[in-house]
Structures are given as structure tokens and as C-alpha cells.
Design a protein. Sequence first.
Length: 147
Amino acid sequence: MMDIDEIKRVIPHRYPFLLVDRVTECDMDSRIVGVKNVTTNEPFFQGHFPEFPIMPGVLIIEALAQVACILALKVMKKEGHGSVFFTGIDKAKFRQPVRPGDQLRLELTKIKQRGMLFRFQGSAYVEEKLVAECTLQAMLGKDTGES
């Protein structure tokens, strides 16, 4: 389990772009589960869309990528001392809208690693309903700010 304070020690993201509130499971090697509480106060709801607010799909993918980043840094034992760069996305599908009041459960499994390169399978759920899925690719930088 990781609370928001520990998450902020591991990854460099900050408000309004920190999109993970808690980690509920992490086996430190291949699987991690995070949570994003989607509130009506999210800045993107002002313009997406005022009469029918939905979380943009790209931000759901970003939330998945941030949870993947936590796992990659844990695997490489670089928490707080490296950056993970999103390098690709495949097979992204969006199944239903995510609305204010929803809680996103972000599940990622490491499916491949070669050195500092990672591939993850990600799925986002609201309750038991699959709302988005994709395969993410990422690369760990040597130090913060380096690519």
C-alpha cells in the first residue's frame, strides 16, 4: 500500500497532473494496482464537457502510465531518483465514460522488460466495469531529467 505522500516520493508528477491517489497492491516485480478518485473539482471538467462532464481518455491513459511508472521505478529500485518516459501505446480502447464521483482502479501487469525498457498491459475499471485498456511502453531514464 502506498498513500499519496509515498507516491510523491516515487514519481515526479504533481497537481494538477498527478493522476493517482493511492496504490493498493504492488508485488514489486510485475503487477500493481492504483486508484484515482475522480472528483467534480478536476480542472479538465470545466471544458470537457460542462453539461456532461467526462474524464478525457488521454488522461485515463496517463493515469495508467503513472501507475506503470511507479512499478518500473520500484522494479529498478530508482524510486525518486529517475524518470520514466512514455514511449508508446498500442491497442487503446475506451469502453465507457468516466464521470465525477467515479473511482478508477488502474491495474497494470509488466509483460516484458529488457534492461530499462518496459511493456505493460493496463486496464482501468470503475467498480467491476472495464472502462479502458491498452498496452503501454516506457523507458527508464538514467537520472531525473535525462532521456
